[in-house]
Design a protein around this ligand. Structure first.
Ligand SMILES: Nc1nc2c(ncn2[C@@H]2O[C@H](COP(=O)(O)OP(=O)(O)OP(=O)(O)O)[C@@H](O)[C@H]2O)c(=O)[nH]1
Ligand SMILES: [Mg+2]
Length: 236
């Protein structure tokens, strides 16, 4: 079974369980003329590390003048095109403060497609707490095949950096994650912020294309001519 979030032609989002052994379900969920795939990406980390600002930068292209602690979750979406397929990247900007997240945690991890762990390069504690965030994620039965990346934010505050790059890199390697060090605030870093989410979207697209081709081999009735065997242009 694979969980797929799709949107129909009338713009109504619905979450469905696409049983990949059913040729009918599969052909429906892949009919690109009617439906757009949605990739759910959650952004996790301590309060104040800049999760809201990073998601704002990616979806709106700017740095918010003023933010308040996120309560529960804020959804932000961006339509992107990867190798000719239109995809909606649905970013879940989660709350870092325990009191604003506890009733929502189950929802964060349900049917998640990718996870972004954020720390603040000027706050060692936010880096040390990553272990707890990873434990929480693992505790919610998130499959190891769900891609995860690590983001060190606030790199514009050059004089205040507490987390050395090589320490972060070792941690990322040990947890099989890519590391991005960036700044939601610095406009020169905006492409770098985009590449965090685009990289994940590319990986998800590539993963899912493979999955569908595997099914095609197992079930001769399914013909997926619109999933061509092309090499991914994923930047990472
Ligand atoms: N200098 C600098 N400040 C930043 C950056 N990103 C965020 N901030 C500031 O950090 C503070 C917290 O940012 P938020 O994005 O609200 O933090 P958050 O992680 O969403 O916090 P919660 O919603 O409480 O979990 C704000 O004052 C932002 O202006 C950055 O890249 N550089
Ligand atoms: Mg926030």
């Amino acid at each position: 079974m694979a969980n797929e979030t799709v949107e129909n032609g009338e713009g109504k989002a619905n979450i469905r369980n696409a049983n990949l052994t059913s040729s009918l379900d599969l052909s429906t969920s892949l009919d690109h003329s009617v439906q757009t795939r949605i990739f759910k990406i959650i952004v996790i980390g301590d309060s104040n590390v800049g999760k809201t600002c990073l998601t704002f930068r990616f979806t709106g292209g700017s740095f918010p003048e003023k933010t308040e602690a996120t309560i529960g979750v804020d959804f932000r979406e961006k339509a992107v095109e990867i190798e000719g397929e239109k995809i909606k990247v649905q970013v879940w900007d989660t709350a870092g403060q325990e009191r604003f997240r506890k009733s929502m945690v189950e929802h964060y991890y349900r049917n998640v497609h990718a996870v972004v762990f954020v720390y603040d390069v000027t706050k060692m504690a936010s880096f040390q707490n990553l272990k707890t965030w990873i434990q929480e994620c693992n505790g919610h039965r998130v499959s190891p095949s769900v891609p995860r990346v690590l983001v060190g934010n606030k790199c514009d505050l050059i004089d205040q950096i507490q987390v050395p790059s090589n320490t972060a890199l070792k941690f990322a390697d040990a947890h099989n994650m890519l590391l991005f060090e960036t700044s939601a605030k610095d406009p020169k870093e905006s492409q770098n912020v985009d590449s965090i989410f685009m990289c994940l979207a590319c990986r998800l697209k590539a993963q899912r294309s493979l999955l569908y081709r595997d099914v095609e081999r197992e079930d001769g009735r399914v013909k997926l001519s619109h999933e061509p065997e092309v090499k991914s242009n994923c930047p990472c």
